[in-house]
Design a protein around this ligand. Sequence first.
Ligand code: S3P
Length: 429
Amino acid sequence: MEEIIKGTNRKIQGNIKVPGDKSISHRSVLLGSIAEGITEVEGFLMGEDCLSTVDCVRKLGIDVTVRPSGQLTIHGKGLLGWKEPLEVLDAGNSGTTLRLILGLLAGQPFHSIIKGDASLSSRPMGRVVKPLSLMGAVSDGRENGNKAPLGIRGGNLHPISYSSPVASAQIKSALLLAGLYAEGTTTVEEPEKSRDHTERMLSSFGAKILSQDKKSSVQGFPELRGQKIIVPGDISSAAFFMVAAAITPGSELILEHVGINPTRKGIIDVLQKMGGKINLENQRIEAGEPVADVVVQYSPLHGVTVAGEEIPRLIDEIPILAVAAGFAEGETIIKDAGELKVKETDRIDAITSQLALLGMDIKPQEDGMIIQGGRPLKGAPVNSFFDHRIAMALAVAGTRAKGETVIQQGECVNISFPDFYQLLRKLTL
Ligand code: S3P
């Protein structure tokens, strides 16, 4: 479906709330399903990716009540309460669903098959399947077990100490979740620290977790108890509106109840480094996660270099960061971000090619991109390549371009932010 975005200069003002955090929503269902007793979730993200996770655990025999308001009740059956599924599990477009469920399936003494859509079927799964096989899980799939659909037979795991070649919370989480089913200590080390929602949530469910710098360990066979989980607003969704306000003169926007976990708030740190005026108010901890109201005011931005440990803390925000860089004075260099190539689409290719169509001076690099900011944008037909974060980044750029920007396959925002266009139009038109 095409989505038409009109260029405007209207100041972005007011108070908004963005939908629940995608990473935390997935984990609430998965951990709730393997805990003893009831888990109540508030603020669950009703996007397609998280609903894929619900669908999978239901096929594994878990009763989940989903209310349209984003309140969930999960009737957990304990670590070994899942049943061998009759049907193929379907992760849809969601890498988190597929990789984290693989970790849990590795611990189950039965056979299951999991598939995904065309995008997910082209993404690498060997990065999870190989270490799980070192723990004793038996699995196979297309391209020598690297691509979905994947079949897995779990059970009888032993703990490992694994040094991951990439900073990826999905790899780390899959192994820690499998570690719940291995007698002893399972440890994962990463080159840079990735998001730590799994560690935080496992600890609140009662698991013994040790997390220090780039290393996390879990003890096998804990007693997990159902919890009440309040999901904060997703900083990755908030980022689109933070940048919209940061690049539109006269704007002042308050984003209420946003998760500001240090392993996720790289976008705020980098926008501040670029000269952005962002304040965190009313900071508090809810269900083990730091939360704040984020106040963004327009101010002129300048180019920066973003690299190294900053990258995993804003990996999903790089498409919208590229938009901010296009409106900043001078050069922005984004490097060490080769992981972007294996997201829902090749995001280096997608964002650089489509922002260039709008007139931005942006060049792809092997592990990132270089942007010369300050060139005016002009609306044009562009493509999301069915990647929700590309669609939303292009839409924000489109509001600041002259004329109309037409986004092909714009409907993919339903993956993580179903009301995105309504909210963008309310603020900009
Ligand atoms: C996620 C981890 C990140 C991120 C994805 C969600 C998670 O992926 O890009 O959107 O919830 O664990 P990687 O672990 O592949 O970096």
